[in-house]
Design a protein around this ligand. Structure first.
Ligand code: TYM
Length: 331
């Protein structure tokens, strides 16, 4: 028991185009943490259904996400890679947790308010409202200790901790209360065309994000055309969100400090920074793109890998679910 590693759980939705924000906020850190933990990296396909999806596109996106996980460096020997919908315990535990979560808590979730406000709250799906409870079930089902995510997930993870504590308080010690891991650099990558909004998979404007599968020339063009602030000094400050974002991406990609990069560009303009940043990003992403495209040539192997992952995940999930059911008097 003493030698058992602590567990990590995290996941990404197979919707839209995976982008630089997903890489810097999540995937890059998953890979870095992989050796020190027992890892569960999930393709959260049930979460993707909270907004309408085309089934044909969803199937393609699920495989693409599996290929990107591996291409970024997730090693199936060290990490369990699987689909959420293949482990039915996620949906079942979400129901059990629904019965301890409160309407007021879910109503306060900013991501729900933002997404629902676009089409009107009354016509948002109940799934979208309940999204954070399913997310809590994902993590608690594996009794994970650590959840590496980008900054935008903080509120959902606070709710998850609240639900774990509440369940434990009401029914007896059942779930580990997980810690949140948000990286120092790259936790909130902003849109290239509008640096006051988050870079987003669901954006209808491809110029706003760098997709992990973008061709290198497309990456160069998008960075060249990224919005800039009025004065041309290369310095990150709250009144210069565009340059702060570019410097933040540079720092997260290279592991260098923003101040160090600012010093290097003293007396030089945005043009120089953008040119160098484009090469830094291309150098980082090109191998990922190539590996992912090669893996996508063998979809049967990707499917088999996901099936093996689901079988391993089920073993852990079943134990926790059994315990939660027993605590509730359902055994
Ligand atoms: P998703 O698919 O929207 O995002 C996946 C991960 O990418 C991070 N991220 C960003 N990081 C930095 N800058 C950005 N612009 C940016 N955009 C996205 C997100 O923080 C996330 O880490 N709800 C989750 C999916 C999920 C989950 C879970 C995560 C479902 N169950 C359990 C952890 C544990 C989400 O936002 O996915």
């Amino acid at each position: 028991m003493q030698n058992e590693k602590r567990r990590i759980f995290s996941g990404i939705m197979p919707s839209g185009n995976l982008h630089l924000g997903n890489y810097l906020g999540a995937l890059k850190n998953w890979v870095a943490l992989q050796d020190d933990y027992e890892n569960y990296y999930c393709i959260v396909d049930l979460h993707a259904l909270t907004v309408p999806q085309d089934p044909k596109v969803l199937r393609v996106k699920i495989r693409e996400l599996a290929a990107i996980y591996l291409a970024c460096g997730i090693d199936p020997e060290k990490s369990v890679v699987f689909r959420q919908s293949r482990v039915s315990g996620h949906a079942e535990l979400a129901w059990l947790l629904n019965c301890v979560a409160k309407v007021g808590e879910l109503s306060r979730m900013t991501q729900f308010k933002d997404k629902a406000s676009k089409g009107g709250t009354d016509s948002a799906s109940v799934g979208l409202y309940d999204y954070p409870v399913l997310q809590a079930a994902d993590v608690l089902l594996y009794n994970a200790h650590l959840v590496p995510v980008g900054e935008d997930q903080r509120q959902h993870l606070e709710l998850m901790r609240t639900l774990a504590r509440r369940f434990n308080g009401l029914y007896g010690e059942t779930f580990v209360v997980p810690d949140i891991f948000v990286p120092e650099a790259g936790a909130r990558v902003m849109a290239l065309d509008e640096p006051t909004t988050k870079m987003s998979k669901s954006s209808p404007t491809p110029a706003s994000y760098i997709a992990l599968l973008d061709d290198p020339d497309v990456v160069r063009r998008k960075i060249r055309r990224a919005k800039t602030d009025s004065r041309s000094e290369v310095k990150a400050s709250p009144d210069k969100p565009a340059i702060a974002n570019l410097l933040g991406i540079y720092a997260a990609m290279t592991g260098r400090k923003v101040a160090e990069i600012e010093a290097e560009y003293e007396g030089r303009g945005y043009g120089d920074l953008k040119k160098d940043l484009a090469e830094v990003v291309v150098e980082g992403l090109a191998p990922i793109r190539e590996r992912a495209l090669a893996l996508l040539d063998d979809p049967a192997e990707l499917d088999a890998l996901l099936d093996r992952g689901a079988a391993k995940a089920r073993e852990v999930a079943d134990t926790t679910l059994h315990d939660a059911r027993a605590k509730l008097g359902l055994d």
